[in-house]
Design a protein around this ligand. Structure first.
Ligand SMILES: [Zn+2]
Length: 85
């Protein structure tokens, strides 16, 4: 077991504790753990947003392709020539 010193009030206490028993300030190790947990949660949210974006793109793309094919074939087909006499 090792001891740690509080950054807030200078109290020396057991390293196993997650916060200072005197001022209840979280230990640097505990702060790091919280920051890491928060970063991981942020990454998961970003990953979920990316998946939702991919799903939206997959749903939208097939609908857009036939439209472009139809418009290109329509342009190629000969338009009704004026049958002037
Ligand atoms: Zn303290």
């Amino acid at each position: 077991m090792s001891e740690t010193t509080c950054n807030h009030c200078g109290q020396t206490f057991d390293d196993q504790q997650s916060f200072c028993p005197r001022c209840h300030a979280p230990t640097p190790a505990q702060q790091e753990k919280e920051i890491a947990a928060h970063g991981k949660r942020k990454f998961i949210l970003l990953f979920i947003a990316l998946i939702i974006f991919c799903v939206i793109m997959i749903v939208w793309l097939p609908r857009d392709i036939p439209t472009s094919i139809r418009s290109s074939t329509d342009a190629e087909s000969p338009s009704s020539h004026s049958t002037g006499d």
